[in-house]
Design a protein around this ligand. Structure first.
Ligand code: SF4
Length: 372
């Protein structure tokens, strides 16, 4: 059995696609050294050389009001809650000035499904940002936020995206994917975008030439096969997007559920489901994802959830990028992560410790400079 799995992974190293039929066996049983070698071969195929990239960006969570009640979410507050907020222009302005001052190139705007924020609010915001900080790419919302705005406006998601792109939206990050398998979504986020709709909206963004990425949050209590189903859905979409739009997901990132008490109480270990992941489980998972998703160019290590040391190790398990500095991350920090502050120097040092040359990039993975 082990020799069969070594053979399959040697095939991946020489360019054979991992089949859906073999995926579960490889995920569960492949020797780690063979999985790691295949993941690194895939990394080298897409990003040759000894460089690892990162981005100087800022996460701005523009509102925490949400009506979608995902079971794992500690970030949101219901309408009217004493701790609910929508950031003012004054507050946003200060945040974006700070980002511009450290040479940032991208702002990541993400928030809840706030019924009081209509399409025009987003269009005004994007126009204002483009006018005042033209150097900052705006990667904003997620398929589920786009769908929410479309429902409020009785518009199609494609029309919402067209308006937003005209107002300055540059990309749609892959938030809200969690596990793209509706049998899981029915349990953990029953009011959130369905798998087919998440992928369709990303296809609409790709058709408009917008930046997109794919993601997976695992350890929500799903089975290994459900994780794989979600990855296969992303791979099939990417095949279509590259064929039809010549532009698909630029990157993939995965991270485990961050433990916190409420989710544990609702879906706790008492039911026999595996929640979250330790560092070793994360590294094996990301290596498998790199092997299976042979058509996505870049893989980000998730330092905000795993910490810099594990993320640094992930550069040897198929990742070629450390993602953004993410000044002021609120969502995973409120779900229990303690890894939410990294300077550019710390990022560069971590990449060097892994044996790679740190390079700064923009949203589109264009290199901005190498070592400082
Ligand atoms: S994960 Fe997003 S959509 Fe779900 S409750 Fe939290 S803010 Fe709302």
């Amino acid at each position: 059995m082990q020799s069969r799995l070594y053979g399959i992974l040697q095939g991946v190293e020489s360019g054979t696609r991992l089949s859906a039929d073999d995926a579960l066996d490889v995920y569960l049983n492949a020797p780690l050294d063979a999985l790691q070698r295949a993941a690194q071969a895939m990394r080298e195929r897409h990003t040759p050389g000894q460089r690892a990239s990162f981005l100087v960006d800022r996460n701005v969570n523009y509102t925490n009001v949400c009506i979608t009640d995902c079971k794992f979410c500690e970030f949101y507050r219901p309408v009217g809650h004493a701790e609910s907020y929508v950031l003012s222009r004054e507050v946003m302005s200060a945040k974006l000035d700070e980002l511009a001052a450290i040479g940032g190139s991208r702002v990541l705007l993400q928030g809840g499904h706030n019924p009081s924020l209509r399409l025009e609010w987003y269009l005004d915001l994007f126009r204002w940002m483009r006018a005042r900080w033209p150097q900052l790419e705006i990667d904003a919302l997620s398929p589920s936020e786009i769908e929410h705005v479309a429902l409020l406006e009785s518009m199609t998601t494609a029309t919402v995206l067209q308006h937003m792109a005209q107002a300055g939206l540059g990309g749609v990050p892959g938030g809200g994917a969690e596990i793209l398998d509706d049998t899981v979504r029915d349990v953990v986020s029953p009011k959130k975008t369905r798998t087919a709709d998440w992928l369709r909206i990303m296809g609409e963004a790709q058709a408009l030439g917008l930046y997109t990425s794919a993601s997976q949050v695992f350890g929500l209590g799903e089975t290994p096969q459900q994780r794989i189903n979600a990855l296969l859905a992303v791979r099939a979409h990417q095949d279509m997007a590259l064929r039809e739009h010549s532009l698909g997901f630029m990157a993939f990132v995965a991270w485990p559920l961050q433990f916190e008490s409420r989710y544990g109480a609702v879906f706790g270990q008492g039911k026999g489901w595996e929640l979250g992941s330790d560092g070793a489980g994360y590294l094996r998972h990301i290596a498998f994802c790199r092997v299976l998703l042979d058509n996505i160019p870049h893989f980000q290590a998730s330092w905000p959830t795993m910490g810099l040391e594990v993320a640094r190790d992930a550069l040897h398990y198929g990742c070629d990028d450390m993602g953004g500095l993410m000044m002021e991350e609120n969502v995973v920090s409120q779900a229990g992560s303690v890894h939410c502050n990294v300077t550019e120097e710390q990022m560069r040092a971590a990449i060097r410790q892994a044996g790679y040359e740190p390079v700064k990039r923009d949203s589109w993975y264009r290199l901005l400079q190498s070592t400082s």
